[in-house]
Unconditional design. Sequence first.
Length: 234
Amino acid sequence: MNQVCDMNSVRWISKDEMAFVAMHLLEDYERFSGERVVAPIPIEDIIERYLKISLAYDDLKSMLNLPDVLGATWLAEKKIVIDESLLDDEQGGRMYFTMAHEVGHWVLHRKAVLGPVGRRAWIPDIVCRKYGNKVRGEWQADYFAAALLMPETAVTSAFAGVFGPDPLVIHNQKSIVPKALFTLDIAWEHANEVARVVIEQGGFTNVSRTAMRVRLEELGCLVNRTPERVAACL
């Protein structure tokens, strides 16, 4: 994901700080809504009702002449636009993650990158794309989005409810059992199946299996000790 503003120039933020900010956003939204927030995290309502940011869907690819654009944010106008192609995603994982990613920019970066007054209104301050280098601000927005849509306590609780309290350490890339019986011999090829089970257990219906698998790795629930991973690190 690349952007109009220089996301390499934003300040360094630790993972713990980003997770803390995401948690407090959810707590503030709980007080605002008067209801306990559980998965799936109502990201659209957080954007529109709580943050009071306009949320729209449009053909950003044509508007910005970028073939891989996913979302864009206009800071002064308080507007987030998601590319309409993401509406075709059956599960919606990419779409909701893109929304949360844009919220990450709003919360973490808007004071640093707010566009100059008088710029052309059709030009967004931040443009998020599918491909490109993960510069500092873009990586931060991704991590914030994961922490917002998949809060640590909720994820670890859902994981423990199925696989137990200990991390799932995987040593084999391939399994000798059929996919339907993957829990008998969990291999790394089943990592997304592990994520699917956690999604179902915790009600994370607006996140993708890939996003959940990455989150499980980040939280230490899923540990890749396969030879292929070791070889890649040498």
